[in-house]
Design a protein around this ligand. Sequence first.
Ligand code: GAL
Length: 914
Amino acid sequence: MKSLKLIFITIIALIVVNSLVAQKGINTVFEGTNSRQRISINEGWSFFKYESAAKADDLIYDVRPEISDKTENKVADAKPTDAVVVEATQEVLKPWILPSGNDFINDPAKRHICPEGNPGSDFPFVQSNFDDQSWEKVNLPHDWAIKGPFQTGWDSEVGGGMGRLPINGVAWYRKKLDIPASDANKTIFLDIDGAMSYSIVWLNGHLVGGWPYGYNSYRLNLTPHIIPGGENQLVIRIDNPNHSARWYPGAGLYRNVWLTKTCPVHVGQWGTYLTTKDISKESATIDLAVVIDNDSKTDELVEVITHVFALDAKGNKIGNAVATFSALNSKIPAGESAKVESAVTIKNPKLWGPPPTQNPNLYVAVTTLSIKGKPIDEYETRFGIRSLEFNPDKGIFVNGEHIFLKGVNQHHDLGALGAAFNISATRRQLEILREMGCNAIRMSHNPPAPELLELTDQMGFLVIDEIFDSWERKKTPHDFHLIFQDWSEPDTRAFIRRDRNCPSVIIWSFGNEVGEQYTAEAGAAVAKRLYNFVKEEDPTRPTTLAMNFAKPDMELPKIPDIIGLNYQGEGIRQSPEFEGTERIRTAPQYDAFHKKFPNKVILSAETASAASSRGIYLFPVSKELSAPIRDGLGGDSKICQVSSYELHAVDFGSSVDKVFGSIEHHPFVAGEFVWNGFDYIGEPTPYYEARSSYTGIIDLAGFPKDRFYLYQSHWRPELQIAHILPHWNWPERIGEVTPVHVFTSGDEAELFLNGKSLGKKKKAEYEYRLRWDYVVYEPGELKAVAYKEGKVWAEEVVKTTGEATKLKAIANRNEIAADGKDLSFITIRITDNNELTVPVSNNKIKFSIDGPGEIVATDNGNSMDMTSFSSHEREAFNGLALVIIRSKKGEPGTITLTAKSAGLKNTSIEIISK
Ligand code: GAL
């Protein structure tokens, strides 16, 4: 391990570069001289998982507490409890793993010294010559649990909370690395973007290190154990505990894995830090710090120069450099590191800001290290120039423009694809959210894949980047609290260092609903320690904590820069039925916090937790605008579905309408992050028999629920829409009251049933939907004509459909890349003869594929569907099903997907793979 002593050389150079002059004058000259390589090693792994944790080897990181209370369906806002401490009674590998975090521990005295010995070296799986022929062949990103099968019933090993999928257990991954003899003088790192969880790495029989927290990215230096030109066996052990999260964590090497090869003198891991200041249309100052590691055996004089290029929307450099940080020299002793700092002022910067009013313009800083005039390393850092202002009375300003945060919370799974990261699936999610009018995302409750932030940078979303759901106190028996003492500093610092150049990240959150809300000064002290880590790594952004319990007079809210409230703004469990409850019950808190903390911005880190099942409407319909879910009132525990009239929320939540109203009453609130954007696997409140959540605005398959249009009508007031609910296929309700609600960006609407007006309704102030609650059902046609300022604004028609007769396929992308990764999401609709989707059809559909593609997963958005996601047969859910297909690498051609269903006309769709 390289010496961790940092020599700080601070040389500030301020150069004003007129971009016009720069475009003509400065050019880069380092073609072909970059020794740095970043190589994907996602392909060709062998995988083995033990049948059960009991049968696994004992190469454990540490012992874990026995679990006595397996209760799963506890309320999401239950009070966290004290940690359980267990003393190890056997040899554990923890002392060898802890040093992997050393680069992220500031106090040298607290860094870990690796003990002698090489645990695991005699274990067969770790040996280079172990025969893994019989192991499963997999490519990364890989989530071993997603193909199932689902575990059903109350006594299943993995319950509803963690998604009923086999995430738990110990597994091994093996791969031979190709390291040519010419790499002999290189430094070679393993970069893992995320491994779920407790990963431990061996190379050629040597224990190299590991990282327990599954969501953080980490690096190990493989160099000392590499055999250049020889056989190099990389082996990774994963030990993913059950009861470790309140949602589906995924399992295994679920993000990208890289080999990074550099010259021994190189830019350090996440070694650049760019910040921007004094920003106007005319100019901006960019500060740059570069950490350079000298892993060689000689002292070196290194020249550092950084050119800045503008990027186009596809991420390509445009023209010549627009600014250059002057060349600086730094003498770095062997085995040490140095930090070089400089600044530049750029004229007429193209600012980064959120659409639709601004553009997410990006730049890249290309840093070149040279020794004796010879370039030895080139390192690129994507960044943006933007000013942020946090005003406690008005909210958040980006480049001087007030931007209300129309945000959602997102967990990391990608529905039927599980936690295995895929950029095409992630982009689809963001596109759907953007369509709704969402401009902000909270990464609940853990660091995302780095590529997700690349997308939010490119697309202009504002991000709260979050790291923890628990600290010392636990929410589940095997969550992060088990490693908090050892890893909270390295995890926090690594998290910030990785993401701090992303312009989309505007706020750091270092905790969600943590148990330390309840522990007064002691809890605040824990918070302060973490706060300091964040600020030391990035003083430029504010921090927040998401608090569902802490009140203004308590200790915890004093710590973060921004008050993040979960549900407290609207009030929690305010209806009389909750009188006397032991759960959190809180009057609306926006004003109280604003009064107590007049200098802190307030935002709602979680709102709503409204729930619904797409296409399900239950009667009678609540007269209340916001109500909990009960049998006969928004819920049906027999079928485990929640009504889509969108009036119900989990016990501590509030309906969308109620949240809109309460926020509009408090204009100082900077914005909201809805719980939540897409349904996710696990945490199926209120029905833990299920596999996936009900609180998403969009279902697990990516199909919008009615709520989507309620947000869209409010968040995109310029978009001319009217949305009618429910569907109009109710043969069993003829003559019965069947309320009709309309969501529109207009201010009034007239509803017609079979041509007959049912009256015009106007939204009152703080009203967000129009309701006709006494419509008597008769089949036919519902039509809503919406008006804005007296003029026709939008029209929508919903018809009673005929019998289901055929299938129809629509792809989100008809052309994909033949790279073995790219995806097309194909929606199958069951329609009548007139192409109207039959909203009550649940026919079973069979899928088959021809050509150079494969079916990766199918879904329908039904939280209760226990058919494996990898199945090629699936029932539709209320008229819709989804098929996800993937191209084959290097095999361009036409992929044909066919869907068949008994009694219905088939459909086929062609996707071009290029
Ligand atoms: C919140 C919690 C979220 C999620 C949500 C479910 O209390 O922060 O992680 O559990 O409730 O409604």
